[in-house]
Design a protein around this ligand. Sequence first.
Ligand code: 5GP
Ligand code: MN
Length: 341
Amino acid sequence: MWSGLRERIMQPIQDVFPLLSTPRKIFITTHHKPDGDAIGSMLALSHYLTKKGHHVTPVSPGEIPDFLAWMPGVATMLNYEAQPKESLEALANADLVFCVDFNDFNRTKHLEQALAAATQPKVLIDHHLFPKPVWDYGVSIPEKSSTCEMVYDFINLCGDNNLIDLDIATCLYTGVMTDTGSFKFPITSAAVHTMIADLMRHGLDHTRIHEEVYDSWSEGRMRFLGYVLIEKMEVFRKYNSALIALSRKDLNLFKAQNGDTEGLVNYPLSIAGIKFATLITERTDEVKLSFRSKGDFDVSSFAKNYFDGGGHFNASGGRTKTSFIDTIAYFKKILSDIHPL
Ligand code: 5GP
Ligand code: MN
């Protein structure tokens, strides 16, 4: 099941089992600006390890988007930005640290230093390319659809399929659904569908999850999407590419909430012929870029080479410290220089 571990940069996750044979204090975290897979995998693992008798503290590095606020277990979670003292206490008191859905401590933003300094054994469960060699135990398989699929595999590897309950199934499904574009991306394997069938046998209510995540927009968010597509989307037919660039002013105009930009980057890919889509967002402390592709354009390398980022082959992100305007100009120059498609 874990044979995809290409480089033995950490001990296999099975080696952590002896550490879990007695009740432990466990700190779990995920990446900053968490998505469905980040929160889903963190909370699913938290529910599972709690059931096994451990004392678990899930900590998000920052605020979670509104479309995930309904998830079971959110109330047990700390937000590092809002509760730094409690979060650091939980880390200091932990016997073991689990990290899910990221491959470099810097993806946790303000938690980076504390994680790097923590001396407890650290365990990684993740599917991003090229994990940093900073974890003691773990599993990294880029071929996996989502970290939630890997948490499901982990539970099975522990022989605990019978412990999967509605909360665990709900969290796992949310992450697989959001990371696979509702089971549409090529990475959606037969194993994913088998897993979903199993979650259904454990009582999963998939319709409710789709509604919570995708059909619970505010009216403002829907109108913001209309504005973005009409006013802010540039299509570069020559490069089979499209760009959406949103300044602070654009975001303020519609009082865009945390999470309202989620998924915007995917829209241009619904235009016939468009194979590469980029979203540039002006944040207070940096300019953030999101990249998505269809087919064989590797946006992970693109993000790594030009925007200090990374991610997956067809979905990645990066950042610049230059201005919003300069970032747009730089991006367009790269497009014309390298003719990506
Ligand atoms: P998003 O566009 O949703 O922020 O990110 C897309 C994917 O790329 C996610 O899986 C995310 O974890 C990853 N990603 C985003 N930004 C970065 C980054 O700066 N570095 C790395 N290594 N991965 C990133
Ligand atoms: Mn993921």
